[in-house]
Design a binder for this molecule. Structure first.
Ligand SMILES: Cc1ncc(COP(=O)(O)O)c(C=O)c1O
Length: 348
């Protein structure tokens, strides 16, 4: 595939007038996965957005750069964010609020843990106000956040409330910028990327990548690996957010560009899969890279499966977009709620 060089400036021009605060340390590294490439006889690379730097890193730093700038423009004093019990977005929203001098209220799905672990420890250190919603249903979390926002407004607060994952058109712009960065990295390394594989959940990351693809004219394929919903629902969500983001920057998105694979979700959001645990161990033991059980492990499982069935040609270049989330490895869940990581004994 020819390298896309001429239209990279299109993203810079398109976002020039959008307000943005700096949170992430960019560009993140884009590195070759040498041992996995050798093992599968394919050209594999990894964009290390787990290393965005801010507040233990991850994809949400890119979205929050635009979301928080918007909040500041609206002169708010309070951010509200929603997520699962071990939400990476909530952790990073709390950190972004702290840096912007704003109060942060989180709605976390699940019951208050007896012993805080993983992201919840970090939420507490960051001074966020934690509210628990005892449900696994995202709509219940959203309803709880709406009620909380209304209560805060009645008390005179000026609130900026963000949906699950910060996946609004404004937030998604962060990944249009991310797409241009990936193409610049590829140009620097002298490779032309054909496929991007990444974890997709609330859809903003994939939506932003698609807008970046539309603006730059990159002809490759983006494979969003669902970690939660079925593929039709997620593809619709990605398209809605992408169409909104595209409107902000004068791009056009076709629903045909949205590719979602839901074969790796397993029993549901936040429920680990055997293939995901194997992917976590494979990335760690082959490349020294940590994936997580909720998001990137499932995307890693998809990548390994695609390689097993030779879905990519021998000359094609495949990029795994690592969206972060490894803090989750330090989480504990109620007994029976989660499979354990497998242990290897000294004799294995
Ligand atoms: C580590 C990680 N990877 C991927 C995703 C999915 O990104 P999006 O919600 O933009 O689809 C998330 C979202 O919560 C995440 O925390």
């Amino acid at each position: 595939m020819p390298m896309v060089t001429s239209q990279l400036g299109a993203v810079d021009r398109a976002i020039a007038l959008l307000p943005r605060v700096q949170l992430a340390d960019l560009p993140t590294p884009l590195t070759r996965l040498s041992r996995l490439s050798h093992q599968f006889g394919r050209h594999l690379y990894c964009k290390r957005d787990d290393l965005t730097g801010f507040a233990f890193g991850g994809n949400k730093a890119r979205k929050l750069e635009f979301l928080v700038a918007n909040a500041r423009q609206a002169c708010v004093d309070t951010l509200v964010a929603i997520g699962g019990m071990q939400s990476n977005f909530c952790r990073m929203a709390a950190a972004a609020a702290a840096r912007a001098g704003l109060d942060c209220f989180l709605v976390l799905g699940g019951s208050r843990p007896r012993t805080p672990t993983g992201n919840i420890v970090l939420d507490q250190i960051l001074g966020a106000h934690l509210n628990y919603c005892e449900s696994e249903d995202w709509q219940d979390w959203e309803a709880a956040a709406e009620q909380l926002t209304a209560r805060l407004r009645r008390r005179g607060r000026n609130v900026f409330s963000m949906p699950i994952g910060g996946s609004t058109p404004i937030g998604a712009i962060g990944y249009a910028v991310g797409m241009a960065e990936i193409l610049r990295d590829a140009r620097r390394l002298g490779v032309a990327i054909d496929h991007i594989v990444h974890a997709s959940s609330s859809g903003g990351t994939q939506a932003g990548l698609l807008v970046g693809k539309a603006l730059t004219g990159w002809p490759g394929e983006i494979h969003g690996i669902s970690v939660a919903g079925n593929k039709v629902e997620l593809a619709n969500r990605v398209y809605r957010v992408a169409a909104g983001a595209a409107q902000l920057v004068g791009a056009e998105i076709s629903p045909h560009d949205v590719h979602v694979d839901d074969a790796f979700v397993g029993a549901g959001y936040g429920k680990p899969t055997e293939a995901g645990l194997v992917a976590i161990e494979t990335f760690a033991r082959q490349e020294g890279i940590f994936l997580d059980r909720v998001y990137t492990g499932k995307a890693g499982a998809a990548l390994l499966s695609y390689l097993d069935v030779e879905r990519f040609g021998p000359d094609e270049v495949v990029l795994f977009l690592h969206t972060g989330g490894a803090v989750e490895l330090f989480a504990q869940y109620p007994r029976g709620g989660r499979e354990r990581s497998r242990h290897r004994s000294d004799d294995d």
